[in-house]
Design a protein around this ligand. Structure first.
Ligand code: COA
Length: 373
């Protein structure tokens, strides 16, 4: 008979990883041993993806080679490209990405191999294609024509240009790039766990990423950033404190607060709060930033909860001109680097992930023929 389960697998160590580490008590996050505070604002998303997928921060030559691989890998196959208009008309953004990544798997030249070199090539293609899929989806549903990605520009710069239709300032690109770095990996979060469970059956990388995208979509995980913005938009700026207290009294969760692992400030929120403030002030209307700050103070006073990564990411994306329903897709653009690295790691030292369950149903039932039931 199995032991009692730990609800939600809290504190259960489900895998070994050399990719990221969290000290929940001290509020620290590391990617391959580098403190997130050292990486954020100093290391680009492309360097971070290389760190996660290849194991080291790249030299200039390695970065040039990886950058060229990303540019080549961005090219979409016919199956995915031809289906974007119909998918954009019928599916919400995260549903669409789930479908499009699945189609991209059919187009991928390495689709039948889980070998380490094939996985690295697929990781680069998936990382390069994800921002383009979001941009093409958005263009298809709005009827906009977007420029092709510029091979001289970073993923962050190309994405902002394609989504907003205007050339972003250098500071906006830096801020968005930092957001991508901050979201790249986060130990055994729900979507990464889903990807690893799938990969551990020796299924392929695209299947694992489809599982991860479906998991990120939920409001208790990546979907929270969109819900934060919807909450801010629905509240009267003069009634923030009362609204929060009413929601808590009604037993509602406040999106963007609380975390399974951090018992103090999420180190990613430290950077996102500053960037939200900077962008809010630069925009000439920092109402949403100020509302967020008030919300943070009330939630802490009432529940002792800290904001997580999704809370200030919402207003940062808003000030950057990204549509609210693309916030969670933006999370996937970044997390693709971590998911793919986890699939590579899982395949490199695999064992089927198959936990036990506690049976809570009826026992000793007496079977009856159908006419006697
Ligand atoms: N608002 C209000 N109360 C919250 C809360 C929130 N955002 N997050 C946690 N709590 C409360 C719960 O109601 C619960 O209280 P109780 O013990 O009185 O019932 C307690 O804190 C523990 O919460 P629980 O949901 O069991 O913690 P968890 O570890 O299972 O969940 C999250 C972690 C992140 C899913 C949870 O904090 C949450 O739902 N947050 C909002 C969604 C979100 O921002 N997700 C993004 C995560 S990065």
């Amino acid at each position: 008979m199995a032991d009692k389960p730990t609800k939600g697998l809290a504190d259960v160590v489900a895998a070994s990883t050399a990719l990221s580490d969290i000290d929940g008590k001290a509020g620290r996050l590391f990617y391959r041993g580098y403190d997130i505070h050292d990486l954020a604002g100093r290391t680009t998303f492309e360097e971070t993806a290389h760190l996660l997928q290849h194991g080291s921060l790249p030299s200039r030559d390695q970065l040039a080679a990886y950058g060229a691989e990303l540019v080549r890998g961005r090219a979409l196959g016919g199956l995915v490209a031809s289906n974007i208009p119909e998918i954009a008309a019928k599916q919400e953004p995260m549903e669409a990405l789930r479908t499009l990544v699945s189609l991209a798997g059919a187009d991928d030249p390495d689709k039948d191999s889980n070998a380490a070199d094939a996985n690295l090539r697929k990781a680069a293609r998936l990382t390069a294609q994800q921002p383009l899929l979001v941009a093409l989806y958005h263009a298809a549903r709005t009827g906009a024509t977007i420029p092709d990605p510029d091979p001289e520009l970073s993923i962050a710069a190309n994405f902002l240009l394609q989504i907003t239709g205007r050339t972003p300032s250098q500071r906006e690109v830096e801020i968005f790039d930092t957001c991508l770095v901050l979201h790249a990996d986060h130990t055994m979060n729900a979507s990464t766990f889903a990807a690893r469970v799938c990969a551990a059956t020796l299924s392929d990388m695209h299947s694992a990423i489809v599982a991860a995208i479906g998991t990120l979509k939920g409001p208790l995980h990546g979907g929270a950033n969109e819900q934060v913005m919807r909450t801010l938009e629905a509240i009267d700026p003069s009634g923030v404190a009362q609204t929060v207290r009413d929601k808590l009294a009604a037993g509602e969760k406040i999106m963007g607060f609380g975390h399974r692992v951090y018992k103090t400030e999420d180190p990613r929120a430290t950077h996102l709060r500053k960037m939200s403030r900077e962008l809010g002030e630069a925009s000439g209307d920092d109402t949403y930033y100020r509302m967020s700050k008030e919300m943070e103070e009330v939630v802490f006073a009432e529940k002792g909860l800290y904001p997580n990564v999704d809370f200030y990411a919402a207003t940062v994306y808003h000030y950057l001109g990204i549509p609210t329903d693309l916030f969670t897709p933006v999370f996937s653009v970044s997390r693709m680097s971590g998911w793919t690295a986890h699939v590579i790691e899982q395949h490199a030292d695999n064992r089927l992930i198959r936990p036990d369950s506690e049976y809570i149903g009826e026992r000793d039932q007496k079977w009856k023929p159908i006419d006697e039931r």
